[in-house]
Design a protein. Sequence first.
Length: 429
Amino acid sequence: MISLGQKIRELRIRKGLTQQELGAGIVTISMISQIESDKAYPSHKVLEQIATRLETPIEYFVADMQTQMEQSSTYKLARAYLAAKNFDLAIPLFRDLISNPAPHLLVHEVQYDLADALLSSGETDKAVELFEQVLDTVVRKNDDASALLCLNKLGEARYDQENYPLSLYHWHKAYETFSRVKEIDPFTRARIITNLGHAHFKLGEYAESVRFYREAYNLLRGSTNMRQLADVYLGLGNSYKNLGEYSRAMDYCHDALTIYESLQNIRQAIDVKVNFALVEAERGDVNEGVELLHECLAEYRKHELPTDNLRIHSEIATLYIRAGRLQEAEAFCQETLFLLPEHAQNLAGVYQSLARVKREQGDTTAAIDWIKRAIHLHESRGHRSELRTAIQELSELYEQIGDYVSANETLRQLHTVLDTSLRKIGILV
């Protein structure tokens, strides 16, 4: 379908008129240019005058103009739904616009919005496929600004899939694109750099995560985007904690906590307090860490915040075990199993904690039973990192009782899991 602007342009050229001649006495040459490029729509009166000058019945233009205006309205509505996080209403509208493309709408822009909606609604694989299509299109068009946004979204999608090496690859490609884009929203730049910090942290590269978090901090310092700044502070606190620089870790966690509390972001504020507790434990005061974690758990419950996807339960159990308080660790885990729903994401972590308690108590048979339950849940939920740790622990338990056949079979299972993980993230083909 030829757009309204294309029709006017073709007729003008066929009549041998310049844009200035066509618009003389009607609209400016700039407006004619915008109409012909479908960046502006003429009023009925203006369209009537243009049709007369082009010696063409106005009906030739009106039908297409109405269709284009309807499609533009649909696109605006879909984007409004996307902004309001109403993905169920946004997605079918975007799909309809792609199935019935309009000349005045860039298909790759609609595809990008659809991919964004799919990613936000949890349909990650479909989102990745679409973002890769859009990236291919914009790269061919040398549209570096759009490529930057696509690469960032691909990084976010892979991060959600726990494919940290591939997320790091996409974000590094985005980082390299900075030099080719004239104007970048500073918050977008800071977000990509912060994401690089997150990916390096997940891969255990804490010195690199600190480097990128500090670069993001330098961009955000003095800005009004306090939420993003708090995320950077928290990233620095976590990184320094794992580097063993506990004083710095406490300082940055304190800064993050101050901001989250000022933003009344209760969940994030409690999450930071959990980090405080873990830092205290790492500094040697394990019992203080346990007490602080219990306070955090009480705060989650006080504010009716769900805890079934948090690691706090297994963290409390781990600290009990470190302190030699095995009976309390077991009682806490059993109480947690009673309180958590069956679909809880952190259920496997509690099973694993019980296995460790039983191992410390010398009850290897019970430990094997609990760790097998943890492995089953990790497998069913795609927790690759936790699954590898649990299988390794199971192998060690078999070795402990002298069952070397089962230990070797378990190690072969671990090899299979590692091979599958590497293939999934694209390291093996």
